[in-house]
Write a protein that binds this ligand. Structure first.
Ligand code: FES
Length: 172
C-alpha cells in the first residue's frame, strides 16, 4: 500500500500553508497554472497593443492640419508679425515675415505653461510675458523656463498668398 491520497482523501497542505495558516475566501479558486496562463495572455495582449500603437504612429502622416489661407505676403512688411488661427479657429498662431519672401509660423502657445507668445520686432524674438520665456525666430527656446521649441506650422507661398499646410515640428 502506498500513502498516495485517493479522490476521497484530502491532499495534505504544503509546508508554507502549515507555517502560515491564514486563509482567504476563494484562495483555492485560482491555481498556479491559471495564474501563469493569465500572465501569458496579459503579456501577449500588452505586446500586441504596443505593436499596434507603433504601427499606428508610423502610419500617421508627419504633417497634420488642413490647408488654410493665412494672408497675402504683402499684408505685412518684413520684420512684422500677424496673428491667425491654426489648425482650428480655437488655436492661436503667429506668423512673421522674416524676409522679403520668407515667413515663419508657429503656434502661439508657449511650451512652458501655455501662455501666448508675442513677436518682439526690436529683438527679433518671440517673448512669453508670463514667465519671461524667449524663443528665437526659428522657434527654439533660448531663455527662461521653456525647454521645448514652439510648435512649427508649415507654410507655402503661392502667388503671394501664404498658406498654412500643416504642423510638423515642436510639441503639438
Ligand atoms: S508660460 Fe511661457 S514662460 Fe511660462
Amino acid at each position: 500500500m502506498t500513502d498516495q491520497p485517493t479522490a476521497d482523501q484530502p491532499v495534505d497542505d504544503p509546508q508554507w500553508k502549515k507555517d502560515f495558516p491564514y486563509e482567504s475566501a476563494g484562495e483555492d479558486e485560482v491555481t498556479r497554472r491559471e495564474f501563469t496562463r493569465f500572465l501569458a495572455y496579459a503579456s501577449i495582449a500588452l505586446a500586441g497593443s504596443g505593436g499596434l500603437m507603433a504601427l499606428a504612429a508610423s502610419l500617421r502622416p508627419a504633417n497634420v492640419g488642413p490647408e488654410r489661407l493665412i494672408m497675402s505676403i504683402d499684408d505685412i512688411p518684413p520684420g512684422r508679425s500677424k496673428l491667425f488661427r491654426y489648425p482650428t479657429d480655437k488655436d492661436p498662431a503667429i506668423i512673421v515675415r522674416t524676409e522679403l519672401n520668407e515667413v515663419v509660423a508657429f503656434s502661439q502657445k508657449c511650451t512652458h505653461l501655455g501662455c501666448v507668445v508675442f513677436w518682439d520686432i526690436e529683438t527679433f524674438e518671440f517673448e512669453c510675458p508670463c514667465h519671461e520665456g524667449f524663443f528665437s525666430v526659428a522657434g527654439e527656446a533660448i531663455a527662461g523656463p521653456p525647454e521645448r521649441p514652439l510648435t512649427r506650422i508649415d507654410t507655402v507661398i503661392r502667388d503671394r498668398e501664404v498658406w498654412a499646410v500643416g504642423i510638423s515640428g515642436g510639441s503639438h
